[in-house]
Ligand binder design. Structure first.
Ligand code: FAD
Length: 636
């Protein structure tokens, strides 16, 4: 398998309890500073830790970004995007998963079906409701020590009639303090929680860092039997006797499928790639965009001011007990509400706007830092934020939480190192519902911040009078101004999903249609974006996907013993003396002869599981069986 990210790390952990797993990851170890929640985001846009994707120039959104291109970060290294993300822990709305169940026709993906998988990996903070939360699992989730002006934000929401509730349990609309995957103030990405504790103890798991996978290897048209990857300047192959699993994230999983010949026929032919399965890979791309609102000035020192608060004692506080301002990523509270558009569609109980409170004031280099992190034009950012430097203030991001716009990922070339073409097509939905719900979200936020007792009266919150560069010609705060604002100052919230959707590219067991032995297990399989942030759902997909793999092979084993079919290979532990613990075979082409054609079916993933044959992956006409769970050799 490849991709040690939010989903992949979980898969590697679960499968290696029982089977041998080779986990290939393009990046390296997390930087120790990434474990400090307050520092994680500083690793965005560095090639060692970030794939640094860029979208094509957007016509209707992100207009203040350099070249109108949205800057899409994606973590590179053990733990994947979970090592550089903003750590908000939210699963999604109950209705999101019920919708998945409906779309896929498989109730196991509805809320009731996925809930046990969320619970099974969680070690939720003590006051979590046991009906909805897991305790004692691998991933600690809790409220950080420092929550800044989060309580005021939640109270303001309550004043407008929204409940203060657990947004990880079933809810309609509500506000809450943000929970993080942290333990004692230390970031718990999926590397820290699922790989670090086992990587040196579990013989069945072999991790290869700096292994850039180029393509899936197929034999006889559609049987996935291995991966080709580059490591330290050498191209190698790894072979699987059971399955190949792709967990490279929404952009790279789609890219790798297409490079391997799984994708839209016309596009692959255009690139000169032989087509193994004609599937809509890369289509159905969805992402959240957010408009960053602020600065909101306040009269009391309730927000973090870096120049004032990031003192040596803040570091001491974190190092000694994981406490203080460094125990958070700066995001303190969230609110999830329904717009009048959602209500008019009869979906008032399925919210479409999310707020994120950034409880810190504008510091001297804020404009430049924001510009760098989000690919915005530095001059415009500096100009816009200059008036707020050193004044007590905060920001709020408004997310269009249920976008209707759909985009795509395509190949930018045939080489694995060619950059993918990413077009999220923000604000292109017919009827402009995405734009209008965001404008409404902005206007509701202005009311919430300035007209409530908690924020407006007690903190004296007032929105800036500085117009946004590019919208100065419009009447300040008119609807036209906010439309302009939403189009210009929209940045990705980094939640892409959907490029290998269940129901169109993979089945509900996450097996790639029209192939054998190939699954995708990561956020790309989500058919529709959840309302909230996406890491928790990616982890759940990893947990549920692993369970499917384990159950599948357990079932195969039972069938074989029942019907007297050949037993799957029983592999003993790896012999450490063999090539660093990895058994090698001299030449892949000699090892894989032509399998007995009766032993596999070209569309076996589409057929009932009984037609799937282990023998087709393990044995050849000459009776050769792969001598280990996987093996690798060097391509000359
Ligand atoms: C800046 C930022 C902030 C975010 N903030 C939040 C947040 O606060 N809360 C939240 O819930 N979500 C957040 N997200 C989103 C969330 O982190 C992702 O949705 C989630 O981590 C995706 O998980 P995944 O397993 O699909 O992919 P990833 O975690 O991206 O894992 C993919 C892995 O595959 C590896 N890989 C890719 N290609 C190859 C290849 N060719 N060969 C070998 N390995 C490869 C990558 O290096 C990576 O390790 C944020 C994302 C970003 C970028």
């Amino acid at each position: 398998m490849f991709g040690a990210g939010s989903a992949g790390a979980v898969v590697a952990n679960r499968l290696s309890k029982k089977y041998r797993v080779l986990l290939l990851e393009a990046g390296g170890e997390p930087n120790p500073l990434q474990y400090i929640p307050g520092f994680g985001v500083f690793f965005v846009n560095y090639p060692e830790t970030d794939w640094m994707h860029k979208t094509v120039p957007q016509k209707y959104a992100s207009l203040n970004s350099v070249n109108q291109q949205s800057s899409w970060s994606a973590g590179r290294g053990l733990g994947g995007t979970g090592t550089l993300n903003l750590m908000i822990y939210l699963r999604g709305h109950k209705k999101d998963f019920d919708n998945w169940g409906r779309i896929t026709g498989d109730p196991s993906w509805s809320w009731e079906g996925v809930l046990p998988y969320f619970k099974s990996y969680e070690d939720y903070e003590e006051d979590g409701d046991p009906r909805y939360h897991g305790f004692g699992g691998d991933l600690r989730v809790e409220q950080p020590d420092y929550i800044g002006m989060g309580p005021e934000f939640v109270r303001a929401g309550q004043e407008l009639g929204y409940s203060h509730c657990d947004l990880n349990a079933p809810f309609t609309e509500g506000f809450d303090i943000i929970k993080f995957p942290i333990k004692d103030g230390i970031r718990q990405g999926t590397y820290k929680a699922f790989l670090e504790p086992i990587r040196r103890l579990r013989a069945k798991l072999v991790i290869r860092k700096y292994a850039h996978v180029n393509r899936v290897l197929f034999k006889h048209g559609n049987i996935a039997f291995g991966l080709e990857y580059d490591r330290h300047g050498v191209t190698r192959q790894a072979f699987a006797s059971k399955e190949v699993i792709i967990s490279a994230g929404t952009v790279n999983s789609a890219k790798l499928l297409m490079l391997s010949g799984i994708g839209p026929r016309a596009h692959l032919q255009e690139q000169g790639i032989p087509v193994y399965a004609d599937l809509p890979v890369g289509q159905n791309l969805q992402d959240h965009i957010g408009a960053y609102m602020g600065p909101f000035f306040i009269d009391k020192p309730r927000a973090v001011a870096l120049e004032r608060d990031l003192t040596p004692s803040a570091f001491v506080q974190w190092f000694l007990g994981g406490k203080g301002i460094l125990s958070t990523t700066g995001l303190h509270a969230t609110g999830i509400i329904s717009s009048s558009l959602a209500k008019a569609r009869g979906e008032g109980d399925w919210p479409d706007i999310q707020y994120f409170l950034y409880g810190f004031s504008v510091f001297k280099t804020f404009g430049a830092a924001f510009a760098r992190g989000f690919g915005l034009t530095a001059d415009e950012q500096n100009k816009f934020y200059e008036h707020a430097i050193d004044k007590e203030s905060f920001l709020v991001a408004v997310s269009g939480a249920r976008p209707f716009s759909r985009g795509f990922v395509k190949l930018g070339g045939k080489s694995p190192y060619d950059k993918p073409v990413i077009d999220p097509r923000y604000f292109t939905d017919p009827g402009d519902q995405d734009l209008y719900s965001m404008v409404e979200g902005i206007k509701t936020l202005l009311y919430l911040t300035q007209n409530t007792t908690a924020l407006g009266h007690e903190l004296g919150t007032r929105y800036t009078t500085q117009p946004l560069p590019g919208c100065e010609h419009l009447r300040f705060q008119s609807d036209e101004y906010w439309e302009c604002y939403a189009r210009r100052y929209t940045v990705t919230l980094h939640h892409p999903v959907g490029t290998a959707s269940m129901g169109s590219v993979v089945d509900t067991q996450l097996r790639v249609y029209g192939t054998q032995g190939l699954r995708v297990i990561d956020s790309s399989v989500a058919p529709v974006l959840v309302v909230t942030n996406t890491q928790a759902s990616a982890i759940m997909i990893g947990e549920k996907g692993s369970d499917m793999v384990l159950k599948y092979w357990e079932e195969q084993k039972k069938k074989q013993s029942q019907y007297g079919a050949p037993q799957p290979q029983q592999y003993g532990p790896l012999e450490p003396s063999q090539s660093n613990g990895v058994p090698t075979v001299p030449d892949s082409t000699q090892q894989y002869g032509v399998p007995d054609s009766s032993s596999y079916s070209a569309s076996s993933w589409l057929q009932p599981a009984t037609t799937y044959s282990i023998a087709s992956l393990n044995s050849t006409k000459s009776g050769y069986s792969v001598p280990g769970y996987y093996s690798y050799n060097t391509v000359k």
